[in-house]
Write a protein that binds this ligand. Structure first.
Ligand code: SD4
Length: 329
């Protein structure tokens, strides 16, 4: 290592800054000339939509030196526990048969991941997903198996259908044509990405999925690569919106790979949405929002229709960022 660079790095270390390599893509683009270059790591959390309380919770953990894995776990749990949020956790809208089924996944800095799909009667699916990651040799547990595992891990059976969601479902049945759609503004799955003081990235995503969906329907949110993907060398991405379309392009994995090739989080999210629209030339009646973060802590978001925002919280403040959209108005 050149002496000047060494000195620069040791100064940063003395000042209490921890260094992390730049993104692999950037390094390659410069023919490895900057392999030893470092950037100061600053903790940051971002999440889909305007989830003020969830991002605050995650930031509390990050600013006190906690891990990004704990930050995203506890951050998204705020929404799982909010009975007024009808698209995540307890209080979520049921499927067309009246059962609330939850989808969640989590991914850590080492590429470990866990997920639960269409799980009923358990209030914090993200904690069960984390147990799948940490306590089993598997990545996904679905339906009854996920619920059984949750009970074995000590989670209590909980009724997830609130009176409000029940009454709305009863009302929906009067005119239901069994055509569940996510319209432009009735969804707010939480996907969260965080970088901690060590520069390590983790992500979590949790939802009750599409309201009044077919029994057994699973969207993108608990599918690693679709609703969430993290590569600690590069960055992370997560999604909200019509899960089927996100799955068809393996959206979050795509965005991380685009960042690996050198795109900024913003450019990568934009291309993710463009790939989806290229497969949907005849329709634009659905919403999707992607957010991403890279190893340097830069963030981006892009969606189909105006209206999507994403929260960020770092030393620089707590901001609700409007996202650029494919359709302008
Ligand atoms: C799904 N992507 O189940 C989820 C729904 C969603 O905000 O994002 N809602 O398809």
């Amino acid at each position: 290592m050149q002496r000047r660079k060494f000195l620069k790095n040791s100064t940063a270390a003395t000042a209490g800054l921890i260094s992390a390599p730049l993104m692999a893509g950037q390094t390659n683009a410069l023919n490895n000339q900057i392999t030893n270059t470092t950037v100061a790591v600053k903790p940051i959390v971002i999440c889909t939509w305007d989830f003020h309380n969830a991002s605050s919770k995650a930031w509390e953990i990050l600013k006190d030196g906690g891990s990004s894995l704990d930050a995203v776990t506890e951050g998204v749990m705020v929404e799982e526990n909010d009975v007024n949020n009808q698209t995540v956790g307890i209080g979520g809208r049921p499927d067309r048969d009246g059962n609330v089924t939850l989808d969640s996944c989590i991914m850590d800095k080492d590429g470990n991941c866990g997920a639960v799909l269409a799980m009923q009667n358990i209030a914090n699916p993200i904690l069960v997903a984390r147990k799948v990651m940490e306590e089993t040799p598997h990545v996904m547990l679905a339906g009854k198996g996920a619920e059984q595992f949750a009970h074995e891990m000590g989670f209590k059976k909980t009724n997830l259908l609130t009176e409000k969601s029940k009454q709305e479902w009863i009302e929906w049945q009067k005119t239901a044509q069994y055509k569940p759609i996510i319209n432009i503004e009735n969804h707010d799955t939480i996907g969260m990405l965080a970088i901690d003081a060590n520069g390590d990235i983790s992500g979590a995503c949790t939802t009750s999925g599409m309201g009044y969906k077919m029994a057994g329907r699973v969207g993108d949110s608990p599918i690693i690569g679709a609703g969430l993907f993290v590569d600690n060398e590069v960055g992370g991405a997560t999604a909200t919106g019509v899960g089927e379309e996100v799955v068809r392009t393996v959206g979050s994995f795509l965005i991380v790979e685009l960042m690996r090739q050198g795109k900024s989080p913003q450019e990568a999210c934009k291309e993710g949405v463009e790939r989806i629209m290229a497969k949907n030339k005849d329709r634009d009646d659905f919403q999707i929002g992607f957010i991403a973060i890279n190893k340097a802590g830069e963030t981006g978001g892009y969606c189909i229709h105006p209206g999507f925002t994403y929260r960020s919280y770092s030393e620089e403040g707590h901001v609700n960022n409007p996202s650029e959209s494919y359709i302008k108005s």
